[in-house]
Design a protein around this ligand. Sequence first.
Ligand code: FAD
Ligand code: NAI
Length: 509
Amino acid sequence: FRTLRWIWRLTYLSALGGLGYVGYGIYQNRMPAEQDEPDPNKKTLVVLGTGWGSVSLLKKLDTENYNVVVISPRNYFLFTPLLPSCTTGTIEHRSIMEPVRNFLRHKKAAVKFYEADATKIDAEKKIVYISDDSEIKGATSETEVPYDMLVVGVGAENATFGIPGVREHSCFLKEVGDAQKIRKRIMDCVETATFKNQSPEEIKRLLHMVVVGGGPTGVEFAGELQDFFESDLRKWIPEIAGNFHVTLVEALPNVLPSFSKQLIDYTEQTFKEETIEIRTKTTVKNVTDTYIEAEGTGPDGKKVLEKIPYGLLVWATGNAVRPVVKDLMNQIPAQKDSRRGLAVNEYLVVKGTEDIWAVGDCAVANYAPTAQVASQEGAFLARLFNQMAKTQTFEAELAQLSEDQARAPNKETRDEVFANIKEVQKRLRRVKQMGPFEYSHQGSLAYIGSEKAVADISWLTGNFATGGSLTYYFWRSAYLSMCFSTRNRVLVILDWVKAKMFGRDVSRE
Ligand code: FAD
Ligand code: NAI
């Protein structure tokens, strides 16, 4: 009994200690310390965007070394991997948003943040032109920000390939506002379909949910939507059960082209079981407010144009270059052959410039446009900038030591200074040894509905492909650990528990 009592006491004390530690962490997070004011003599580093690339840079950057200015139309970081879950209310959007003010306020030296779009970058004059496009504008809503060093991390916009009607009639899935719009439209379609005297064709159309693009975004959204129907909509609005239908349209012969063949087959089989229709080798050519026109291949191998009526249309056909990036590319002759974004060298310097770097989806460095790549690039740049600042400090120190050596009154002092010079030179050499950016691929994950996920994981000896319910728990834990903050993690867990206990909310906001 005495041993048991001691075990109990130790467990109690360690639980108390753990709670105290977490509590102190939360308290400290809410009570930021005083920050150093930026030093006007230091270089101005302007960072565009608050997405995966830029935020990963800002997290690790030693802000004491520069005057850091951040410009983005979004005053928060968005954890995009869980965005498809926000379209059906499995997760509330605020749970995956982290205000940039929170983490910038914890940096040692203060960082300026301007909520604005960069409308133009003048690479010659080293100026970024910015515009406040929010609803409330002050007397000044357009201005310019000069820079010594610039990091472009503005991501990409949605590709539409100039297909008529896409922008006017479909929903994208990139931002919080997109997920909110989709969530609202799903419920609007459902409620309108149950309106008195609605014709059977109109009911069928309104409850036809079409997703264009069979990449990970389209697949994850289709899976989430079918889950929403199976677990919630079908229960609360049973009259729609016979007509609610999800179709995924993909131009290529299969969905998830970047995943291994085994996982493509598994996804297509799972979709079949979930009754999600997949239309491969079908390219959308035109979009109206009630139907899409898609070109497929008939049984005789001939091309056929078909009208597919829809209630909700989600467009997920990948990325396109933002206008501000296109304009910058046009100013730099070395960028003339680049099509998909800013071509960068192995240190992420924009080719043809000396003081502009690019990270994430707006940079072309031969990697897929993913959060994984963007965050590794951002972290690399933080290390690079921290090292560059150290190099400058050591070089200034060396210059001072050389002067001291020349002025040394005797041999003893001269020897002492010489030893110091050797030490600083050694440190300088170590700092200057930083190698180029190397991407380390951890694997790809995607949710495919009915509590199943697929994963292509990079293993020591090669690739390891897996799919199913266990992978789903791996998917959940991996994304949970990747969330930006403890606050985000707690909110996401609570949302998952809430959805499991009470179901998703079917009210239309
Ligand atoms: P973003 O994260 O898009 O950030 C761009 C930033 O620039 C934003 O803050 C934006 O507001 C700002 N900005 C835009 N225009 C301007 C301007 N003119 N001036 C200043 N700022 C501007 N990748 C994965 O690896 N795993 C996943 O599971 C995954 N899931 C995804 C799910 C969805 C639904 C989507 C859409 C993408 C997903 N991705 C995933 C891809 C990943 O989100 C992107 O590759 C990543 O966001 C790219 O990071 P970024 O910093 O380049 O751009
Ligand atoms: P994507 O570029 O991966 O896929 C778009 C798909 O749309 C392509 O398969 C293309 O063939 C198809 N398409 C294009 N035009 C079409 C048309 N007119 N008609 C029919 N189909 C058409 O785009 P996505 O899914 O938005 O992903 C963008 C990036 O974000 C990718 O790099 C992806 O890996 C990453 N991402 C990763 C996720 C994950 O790892 N779970 C989740 C979401 C995105």
